[in-house]
Design a binder for this molecule. Structure first.
Ligand code: KIV
Ligand code: ZN
Length: 388
């Protein structure tokens, strides 16, 4: 990586959008713990909650704001003056506070508060200006941007910039967009909106069609410089963009996506496990980067390749995400080389004939048992006679 590479800001919303997923509610102490792990890991901006939502949310955001060491602390507010005031009350103790205010701009969302396009435009001007009078770091989001008419989106973004927004976030609220479209939208806004080159564009994707990571990266390639994401992709419905995925994609494929983040990736596994525990949402075994099987190999061909050169079947080193080593899982697909290596790790040196004998009995056992543990191998060795 070179110094000239563009920096992509990582905005984590595990404690706001993530915690909004049904059943993922965290306690006050758990929120403080996760915020401190995010801060230590190098997350640029932590969206700590929605202060007007409840007394509990307010208290958590306020305490996170007081404790933050490096991260900007952001609170969410609807496009209403009391929301924005309450948000400011919670975050104002942070050394670097940010107000994030939003309104739904698509036809479906405009119908809910029953505002005309002109009335909504006026509301955006009024609320963003109010937020900017309180705080010099203001983010504005047109919710459901990807289903908002292009002309109206440009008009509202321009109003928000003129009213003082320093970051404009473009949410794909329902996970509807696709990578090419996600990129085209950011490019279009950069080209058409006056003042767009003076603010930061953010991308905020949901994963309803499984495209959140791809859509976020496409937006960055088109000019967005902030990615909004959550640990483990926690979030409503199918979740948000997974922080670990975009960060590792930018690291591993830096050759084609030359952007850098400030994340210490060796802390990814630990925070993933903590978020899974406190939210009660387990991580699927084959989840990219942090799944139990993301660095595990069972097939003989893969295990043999891994033992000779880890790069044969791994594009990242387990240490890069905070694991100590690759997991060679012993099962019916494992080969002789993996068995020998595992037994050597357990302190058994085997001659070729003895290995042959143990391998036959290992395969018989593996046909009966899904996974073979170290204890099984030790038991196998105890009942083996040395034919050498
Ligand atoms: O998905 C969304 O539109 C949001 C906004 C509040 C930014 O989470
Ligand atoms: Zn969202």
């Amino acid at each position: 990586m070179t110094q000239e590479q563009d920096r992509v800001v990582i905005f984590d919303t595990t404690l706001r959008d993530g915690e909004q997923s049904p059943g993922a509610t965290m306690t006050h102490a758990e929120k403080l713990e996760i915020a401190s792990l995010l801060d230590e890991m190098g997350v640029d901006i932590i969206e700590a909650g929605f202060p007007i939502a409840s007394e509990g949310d307010f208290a958590a955001v306020a305490e996170i704001a007081k404790n933050a060491k490096n991260s900007v602390i952001c609170g969410l507010a609807r496009a209403q003056l009391p929301d924005i005031d309450r948000c400011w009350e919670a975050i104002k103790h942070a050394s670097r506070p940010r107000i994030h205010t939003f309104i739904g701009t698509s036809p479906l969302h405009r119908a809910i508060p029953n505002l005309t396009m002109d009335e909504m435009a006026e509301r955006i001007d009024q609320t963003v200006s109010h937020a900017r009078n309180l705080c010099d770091n203001v983010q504005w989001s047109p919710m459901d941007a990807t289903r908002t008419e292009e002309d109206y989106l440009c008009r509202t973004v321009e109003i928000a910039i003129k009213a003082g927004a320093t970051t404009i976030n473009i949410p794909d609220t329902v996970g509807y967009t696709a990578p090419r479209e996600s990129a085209a939208l950011i490019r279009m806004l950069l080209e058409r909106v006056p003042g767009a080159d003076e603010i930061v564009f953010a991308t905020h994707c949901h994963n309803d069609l499984g495209m959140a990571t791809a859509n976020s990266l496409a937006a960055v390639e088109a000019g967005a410089r902030q990615i909004e994401c959550t640990i483990n992709g926690l979030g409503e419905r199918a979740g948000n963009t997974a922080l670990e995925e975009v960060v590792m994609a930018l690291k591993v494929r830096n050759d084609i996506m030359p952007f850098q983040t400030g994340i210490d990736t060796t802390k990814l596994m630990n925070i993933s496990r903590r978020v899974a525990t406190v939210s009660g949402f387990p991580v699927q075994f084959n989840k990219a980067i942090v799944g139990k099987n993301a660095f595990a190999h069972e097939s003989g061909i893969h295990q043999d390749g891994m033992l000779k050169n880890a790069e044969t079947f791994e594009i990242m080193r387990p240490e890069d995400v905070g694991l100590t080593e690759t997991n060679i899982v012993m099962g019916k697909h494992s080969g002789r080389a993996a068995l020998r290596s595992k037994l050597e790790d357990l302190g058994f040196e085997l001659g070729d004939n003895q290995l042959k004998d143990v391998f036959v009995r290992f395969k018989e056992l593996a046909d009966r048992k899904k996974e073979i543990y170290e204890e099984d191998l030790i038991a196998l060795m105890r009942t083996t006679t040395d034919p050498e």
